[in-house]
Design a protein around this ligand. Structure first.
Ligand code: ZN
Length: 255
């Protein structure tokens, strides 16, 4: 039996600046601020390309109207330029997976006109009518179509764990948001998991040597968040956090 192996490229699509550390590290009282890259993952196996998360819009004005942080997208970090550099034709991408529907993970879904978009049903249900405290995270603003709703006709809802295709699967990781999911990727260099915001950074994952990783300060269900982290830790898979500079600096995984 042959096993399908994938390779992963992690691409930076701009960064948030001046983010209060308490949003990234639960109960961080230091009052420091951090910068966070927005990351798109490009998975390839043979001729097949799958995209996991599509970052935020390059429209910095729109972002600034939505969030109180700094935001910057350098020219090479615009999604069209990033895909071009990797030799990916967006019209040939047949599948996009969103770890969840916060604006910084799905705003460029419409760059892939022929792709089916996989999202957990629990995330769609929550995004449709979140508490106002979560409107900013979902990019919900009066008079605008929120980013997650732009490609709603191409979304396929998943209900729980699922094998997407050979060597690729999703696992529910609720807590940061109700329908957060991780993407398991089998590569020639072991099994990776794209964590979404269940794990923002390697510092969350390491948690100074504690048995369980540290949740972020942004969540809908903290006990569920901790349970998801414990489950993830138990898999033995190598995590690829969603907002860590080291991920985009290394860039290539599973080769
Ligand atoms: Zn998020």
């Amino acid at each position: 039996m042959t096993t399908t192996k994938w390779v992963i490229d992690a691409v930076k699509l701009g960064e948030l600046r001046g983010v209060p550390a308490e949003l990234v590290y639960l109960e961080d009282r230091s009052r420091r601020t951090v910068s966070m890259p927005l990351v798109m993952f490009v998975l390839r196996s043979g001729k097949r390309t799958v995209i996991v998360d599509t970052g935020g819009p390059a429209d910095e004005e729109q972002i600034r109207s939505m969030i109180p942080f700094g935001y910057a997208v350098r020219e090479p970090e615009r999604i069209e330029n990033a895909l071009d550099r990797l030799g990916v034709d967006p019209s040939e991408v047949s599948l996009v997976v969103n770890t969840h529907l916060h604006w910084d993970h799905c705003s460029n879904n419409d760059v892939f006109p022929n792709a089916e978009v996989l999202v957990q049903q629990a995330e769609l249900d929550f995004a449709a009518a979140p508490d106002t405290a979560h409107h900013q995270a979902y990019g919900i603003q009066d008079g605008r179509v929120p980013p997650f709703a732009r490609c709603s006709d191409r979304i396929r809802a998943l209900d729980g764990p699922s094998e997407i295709t050979a060597g690729l699967g999703v696992v529910p990781l609720p807590g940061h948001s109700p329908g957060s999911q991780g993407v398991r990727v089998d590569t020639g260099d072991g099994t990776f998991v794209i964590t979404g915001d269940c794990v923002d950074t390697f510092d969350n994952w390491d948690n100074r040597g504690a048995a369980t990783p540290l949740p972020s300060g942004r969540f809908t269900d903290l006990p569920a968040f901790r349970a998801s982290l414990a489950r993830l830790k138990g898999t033995g898979w190598t995590p690829l956090p969603s907002h860590d500079h080291a991920v985009v600096e290394k860039g290539a995984f599973g080769y």
